[in-house]
Design a protein around this ligand. Sequence first.
Ligand code: PLP
Length: 401
Amino acid sequence: MSTLAHEAPFAEPAPAVASPIPLCVPEIRGNEWAYIKECLDTNWVSSVGEYVDRFERALASATGAQYAVATSSGTSALHTALMVAGVEADDEVLVSTLTFIAPVNAIRYVGAWPVFIDAEPDYWQMDSAVVARFLETKCERRGNALYDRATDRRVRALLPVHVMGHPVDMAPLLDLARRYDLIVIEDATESLGARYRGTPVGHMGDVACFSFNGNKLITTGGGGALVTDDPDRAARALYLATQAKDDPLEYVHHAIGFNYRMPSLNAALGCSQLERIEKHLAAKRRIVARYAHGLGEVPGLTLMPKAPWAEPAFWLYTIRVDPKRYGRSSRELMRLLAGERIQTRPIFQPMHESKAHAGVQALGGEVASRIVTEALSLPSSVGLTEEDQDRVIATIREFGP
Ligand SMILES: Cc1ncc(COP(=O)(O)O)c(C=O)c1O
């Protein structure tokens, strides 16, 4: 029998189905296999080993920081950062409302309270004017500390989130932090490799955090890190992230610690990825230029903003869709693109709208809400081919006016 029963002998060839284009996937092209094999060959697969140290040294050097402590995730890095920075239960921490939920959850893990700060409309980052107004008009000094008059809580820290790979305008925030004695914790999880006025993101506050989950600029599979120039904070972070062992032989602990260290296997992956960070950043810049060229003239679409003082890392290339002029909302466009096997994604629900943090004090939020309604992140993998990107661009143009 030459023809299988389920095949029609003279059927038309099936139309070619376009291969899916994912939003943002890892790029494994360097020494990953070799380094991981070495871990397996030598049995150093857990949280101690050469690769964890190597990854920490390489990350410190990439960010300009003195110390790096590798952790199991960006979220655990944020939790640890808040603890070592000196944020305590019932303190208030001013945090961007336009963020993934992790830093806000971490504030609650230490028993502190977030205060949500609206985004500025130009670059979508924490609005320092809102912070200044709050500190100047709603807070008062008592002794060495600053208190929120309405809640009677100590205002302890600023936690700006460098959203979508673009730096926050840090100068006014750092100025306010100095003036009011506030700690600055940067959430740089989405922005490794970005620079603010020439300074690497993650090297401007007291402590900064990164994430290396699968969709980030470089990945360790899952993982994170905190970086700091302060030796005491770095040592405390290492201690707390390693179960607070005071005598590792007799298992004596003087504090409640956490199992937050990055395993060696993940660090091996990270070492290889960090070797290629400049290539990854260059690929992102090429992607940005191609989207700008292909979508710049489409009515109703606004390209991702870039401040003159910023060298963004362009984690996820994100446009705004004005439904009146483009003819469709961002969510409608997302669904249509999904039908063409092109994965896109809205940015996160702003925190002042999150039920998980209902009742938390919010200073504004309208700007962030509007950005979120209109925003759509487009395929941005380091390995995105020009062909695939051209298909994304052509499809968005076809669905437009
Ligand atoms: C702004 C922000 N903070 C924190 C995190 C948490 O990182 P992780 O997923 O590694 O815990 C992420 C990302 O995933 C993030 O986007």
